[in-house]
Design a protein around this ligand. Structure first.
Ligand code: TRP
Length: 455
């Protein structure tokens, strides 16, 4: 087992919070959240999402970080070390597959955001709603361009993991994240003052309670909450394994959750008011193109909107990059720890596999996609990947983690870790109740109910 010295820890006191927030804040908040709200029927989805974040995800984040810091190992090693001669290492292995799976479609969307820096800066995407939609369709149908952009994203991620410029990323996050928040605030102010914005605010904030009878809303909200907070596949176990014992896990979690959730909510205050002010807008059918079709229209209502838009997509691309790093880090550190591969070899092989899996997601979009209308699931390959990994794999990983920490490793040992060096953790009884009972029962019920209505 590694000691904390040989493993190395985060550079500065805030290094962990920055890296974890960098992992959490990404496309999940600005692209995923509004898309899911649109498909899930508006405010009812938001309500369920917030409940999932508070009662299920926040306690699991505490559990993951504690597990990582205690074991100082990557996920599979952590489970194996704390429960030798058992099958619990499988949870870590599932996380490795999930990291690669998520990265395979995440890199495609990240490629779109990079392209949109250029498209907005040069005003290539502009005009009325119809021409903006047509532009998006045509762009995502272009297989060669999409494959090139996906490789660019994966290449940049791999280079950062190899080159050890992670300290630079920590520092960059410190300035880029506030800049992104400022831009989002300005956009939200513009969006809510557009004519017709009230309909969007209504859709976003007044829940249609009949939607709560639909189990798919619960499944999608749960999956989105795990995805947005980077939980359920060991990313926070891995980041926690580099965390020094002096940092309070409870307090760090509160900050990460507040930051991540506020950014997602803010994105909704932009997309829905702006969307509804455009005639003929239908949030349900917009799918993954939602932000790429609504935002260019919004930029066109702002003086200097194309530069503003380019800055926005640039910051979003950077936020996506700090997330892809954590997605790649999990399978890479797994191969280094358990197979004894060099970091170089692990990065090369894992990135290669992810690229192969990314090909169908990259070529399946737009009207003429090769993998665009799959039988049985009735969507494209990218939708299929997002559903499998976000809605099932992450919650199942979280379910097993909560059972492991609550019952196998045991909450009292976890509490010792949470209170290390005199850190305060005043919500211990509540946390224990949530991890031991609420998380397993709620996640288990949602997964089972979804499986029953789907199959
Ligand atoms: N949370 C990131 C986002 O919202 C995506 C992400 C990065 C992720 N690392 C993860 C999701 C680990 C699940 C698990 O964009």
């Amino acid at each position: 087992m590694n000691t904390s010295h040989s493993r190395g820890t985060w550079g500065s006191r805030s290094g962990f919070i920055l890296a974890a927030a960098g992992s959490a804040v990404g496309l999940g908040n600005i692209w995923g959240f509004p898309t899911q709200v649109g498909q899930g029927g508006g405010a009812a989805f938001v309500l369920v999402y917030l409940i999932c974040v508070l009662l299920i995800c926040a306690p699991i984040m505490v559990a993951e970080i504690a597990l990582g810091r205690h074991s100082r190992l990557s996920p599979a090693g952590a489970f194996r070390n704390l429960a030798p001669d058992s099958s619990w290492w499988i949870v870590g292995a599932l996380g490795v597959a999930t990291g690669a799976g998520i990265l395979s479609f995440y890199s495609v969307i990240s490629g779109w955001t990079i392209a949109y820096v250029w498209f907005t800066a040069t005003s290539a995407v502009s005009g009325n709603a119809e021409s903006v939609n047509r532009f998006f369709e045509a762009f995502t149908s272009n297989g060669i361009v999409n494959l090139a952009l996906t490789s660019l994203v994966l290449g940049a991620t791999a280079t950062i993991l190899l080159g050890g410029v992670r300290a630079g990323i920590e520092r960059a996050t410190k300035t880029l994240m506030p800049a992104l928040i400022v831009l989002l605030l300005i956009l939200a102010m513009r969006a809510v003052t557009l004519p017709g914005a009230e309909a969007g605010l209504d859709y976003y904030m007044r829940p249609d309670l009949t939607r709560l009878l639909d189990v798919s809303v619960f499944n999608a909200a749960l999956g989105q909450a795990f995805f947005s907070l980077s939980l359920g596949m060991g990313a926070m176990i891995t980041y926690g394994s580099y965390l020094g014992r002096r940092e309070a896990i409870g307090t760090s979690t509160v900050w990460i959750v507040i930051l991540d959730t506020s950014i997602a909510l803010l994105a909704g205050f932009i997309i829905f008011p702006a969307g509804f002010s455009i005639s003929g807008f239908d949030p349900t059918s917009s799918g993954p193109g939602l932000i790429f079709t609504v935002l260019p229209r919004l930029f066109s209502t702002i003086p200097g909107g194309n530069l503003f838009g380019a800055a926005f997509f640039l910051l979003l691309s950077m936020a996506a990059l700090t997330s892809t790093i954590s997605l790649l880090e999990v399978p890479v550190s797994h191969c280094v720890d358990t197979r004894g591969w060099s970091r170089r070899k692990a990065v090369a092989i894992v990135t290669g596999c992810v690229f192969l899996l990314a090909i169908p997601s990259s070529l399946g979009n737009g009207a003429v996609g090769l993998f665009s209308d799959l039988p049985i699931i009735g969507g494209n390959f990218l939708d299929l990947m997002a559903t499998i990994w976000n809605n099932f794999s992450l919650p199942i990983g979280g379910l097993l983690t909560s059972i492991f920490v609550g019952r196998v490793w045991h909450v009292n040992r976890a509490l010792d870790e949470l209170r290390a060096e005199g850190a305060s953790f005043p919500v211990a009884p509540l946390w224990i109740f949530l991890v031991k009972w609420v998380c397993p029962v709620a996640i288990g019920s949602i997964i089972i109910a979804t499986a029953l209505v789907t199959f």
